[in-house]
Design a protein around this ligand. Structure first.
Ligand SMILES: [Zn+2]
Length: 128
């Protein structure tokens, strides 16, 4: 687990997102077009969050997933900032801000999946 001081000093971009709820610019994140098999872990506390099998190309410029690795990996919170009603996604273990979830993911077996829109900087991919 990285401390807030460590984040501020060594990972300012991650601090901005994880602790201040910031959003990285679209299309610049290192995992936007990543297709390697593996598990995406929390960049702050290393908890496993999203599997590469749930990743899809949303064309939004952020890594997007249909589901977390398991329902207990993340917590969801109402977010009314910026004049929008959105649902914030945080790491269940360290409460780092990860991104937001929207109900407009890809179709799978006749139902519309969620779209977990996650900042690359919040994630660390461990190849399987
Ligand atoms: Zn975490």
């Amino acid at each position: 687990m990285k401390s807030d001081d460590e984040l501020k000093r060594d990972h300012p971009e991650l601090y901005k997102v994880a602790r201040e709820g910031g959003t990285e610019a679209p299309f610049i994140g290192e995992y936007v077009n990543e297709h390697t098999d593996g598990m995406y872990h929390c960049a702050v506390c290393d908890a496993p969050l999203f599997s590469s099998t749930a990743k899809f190309d949303s064309k939004t410029g952020w890594p997007s997933f249909t589901d977390p690795e398991n329902a207990a990996a993340v917590t969801l919170h109402d977010d009314d900032s910026h004049g929008m009603r959105r649902t914030e996604v945080r790491c269940a273990k360290c409460s780092a801000h990860l991104g937001h979830v929207f109900p407009d993911g890809p179709e799978k077996n006749g139902t519309t999946c969620d779209r977990y829109c996650i900042n690359s900087v919040s994630l660390t991919l461990k190849e399987s």
